[in-house]
Design a protein around this ligand. Structure first.
Ligand code: ZN
Ligand code: FE
Ligand code: FE
Length: 267
């Protein structure tokens, strides 16, 4: 099975927790025969700035310039300029202003924080996990996902069920919650990312899981693909598994982006 794909979720050392030169990521993608490579580094955050989590605001122009220069230089793979922004309610207008300064190919919205709880930060884990009811955490998480979809800020929602990262699963039945969430995403016409980094985490599963992906397919939500690489060797990692999952669920197309315009191509 020969497929030509894109990896839209690749970080850079500017975020303070990824390694390697941008050219190394491009070479890795070229070796794999990926058609497109999208840099998608962490956008500066508005509260609780942390140099090990995101670039600083003054580094954003540098990031954009470096990716743009590489875009001129390479055609195989084609280079895309993306950005992974944290969705934090209350900061929508600030984010809109920040992102509006640049012409990105696509903007990802990701939920890494619930209130003040950085549930995704492995340096803090297991802080915050014990004192919470799992099902409540799932409800809070997916309500943020719905808000992020409706915000109109994002083209793609990153790692849709990241809340499972540390092998953290709901106790009760959450089928309704998932369906309501996917319906909101479909109504907002936002794309969902299939992110293979979950396979490298304690949850040992692609984000999102099969159930959610089936719902996405049923409601006509387009998908795109990312490895969430933080080192060149992670580019395109486990994409064979992602493609198999997508085909199992019924997807025959993936979304590509240029200048924030979405186009579907055959998978
Ligand atoms: Zn990261
Ligand atoms: Fe993320
Ligand atoms: Fe990421």
């Amino acid at each position: 099975m020969k497929t030509v794909l894109m990896d839209y979720h690749v970080h850079t050392a500017l975020c303070g927790h990824a390694v390697g030169q941008l050219e190394d990521y491009i070479q890795a993608a070229a070796r794999m025969g990926l058609r497109e490579l999208g840099f998608n580094d962490h956008a500066p955050m508005f509260k609780a700035r942390d140099p090990e989590l995101t670039m600083a605001p003054e580094q954003l122009p540098e990031y954009v310039e470096r990716v743009r220069a590489l875009q001129e230089k390479h055609s195989q793979p084609r280079i895309k300029l993306g950005i992974e922004a944290d969705f934090v309610p209350g900061h929508e207008e600030q984010l809109r202003r920040l992102l509006g300064q640049y012409q990105f190919d696509y903007v990802y919205g990701s939920v890494h924080i619930i209130g003040d709880w950085r549930f995704d930060d492995s340096r803090l884990y297991p802080e915050g996990y014990e004192e919470r009811d799992r099902d409540e955490a799932y409800h809070e998480y997916f309500s943020l996902i719905r808000l992020s979809a409706r915000s109109g800020l994002f083209d793609v929602l990153g790692h849709l069920d990241l809340i499972k990262k540390f092998d953290y699963w709901p106790r009760g039945e959450i089928g309704h919650l998932l369906e309501e969430t996917v319906q909101a995403i479909a109504a907002a016409d936002v794309c969902v990312e299939v992110n293979t980094s979950g396979l490298r985490r304690p949850c040992a599963e692609i984000y999102p899981g099969k159930k959610i992906l089936q719902l996405c397919h049923r409601y006509g939500v387009p998908i795109t693909l990312g490895s969430d690489a933080h080192s060149p060797k992670e580019v395109g990692m486990d994409f064979d598994k992602a493609v198999k999952l997508l085909r199992d669920v019924g997807y025959t197309q993936v979304a590509t982006f240029s200048g924030r315009v979405r186009e579907l191509v055959d998978l």
